[in-house]
Ligand binder design. Sequence first.
Ligand code: ZN
Length: 373
Amino acid sequence: MICHWLKRKGFCKNMKNFIEILNELPKSELHVHLRGAMPVSVFRELLDEHSSEGIKNLIPPQYFSMLEKYPNICPFLTALSWNEKDVQNLFSYSNFDQFLATFFFTSFFIRNAQDFRKLVYAVLEKLKSQNIVYAEITFSALEYMKSGVSLAEIKDCLEETRNFPGMEVRWIVDLVRNNGVEVVMDLLKQIIAIDCKNIVGITLGGSEHHFPPKPFEKVYAVAKDHGFNLTVHAGESLGPQSVWDALLVLKATRIGHGVQSIHDPKLLEYLANHKIALEICPASNFRTSVIPKDQEHPVKKIFEAGVPVTLSTDDPTFFGTSLVEEYAYAASLGLSNKSILEILQNGFQYAFLAEEKKKKYIQELTAKWQSLL
Ligand SMILES: [Zn+2]
């Protein structure tokens, strides 16, 4: 992906060195979905583990005809064995529907608490290997609960991650707007009841078109009353009004994506004045076509409008990206080193963290930056 971006921009020869520097810097990742970051090797293990159960026991038959349409998924539905090439091909697709189908398909392979734990720790190791020292990881609780992992088991696993060496981990529950307001409220109440110390916030992923933010006002009010930080996927595929509703109705203090804010100067001004950070994920936006591939991503313009920008990967395994690649892309748009440092610092500044910790991380990042550049 980096090569593609850099070639497209005819990028300077110093980029290789810059990527090495980005790799070494202590970084923060604020918008990454747990299953979207699942290493391919883990998916392969889960396939081996559960194949003996028979694919028809894993995937409810009513979904077969929908999934069979996609050549990357088909080998897993029709054959009793698959090869390495099939596994690699699973994560390449040509359109958004195929991506959604693939994401849905892989969800059936987390069958129990051990699988969940395997996924969690594999993702933590992967993030840590990129020198990510602080991560807020989003997970769709209901998805795992439906597959047979209890909320108590989820809580145990997430609380243990407080002791993960070398990286501080916090969790954000994606209540998933497609579940509808009633189910989402019920799930929130269950999350409140388990009182998991390192679940620090909520978000709403899913189809913004069919489930816009406004009807979730009460859900967000209850979450706020219980001390959760509020972010929401908004202004990803829907226009600026969705972001306005996320801000003024849901009272979100951070916005997932928010890239469509570029079409509303007043909104950009509001975000800048109120220091509302956008969790921007350029590779995701191109892969889901919310930004056309032949257009330049608006991240530079949004930054230059004074909006606090953070960079994240969203679903890195599915989108073929990494946090360093996102920064390299931003740099390739012409953002200066100073601006890139500011965005790196924003990753900590706008984290759901106590002020003292933010300061500590920013100092460490800045000192490392100065020693490397
Ligand atoms: Zn997301």
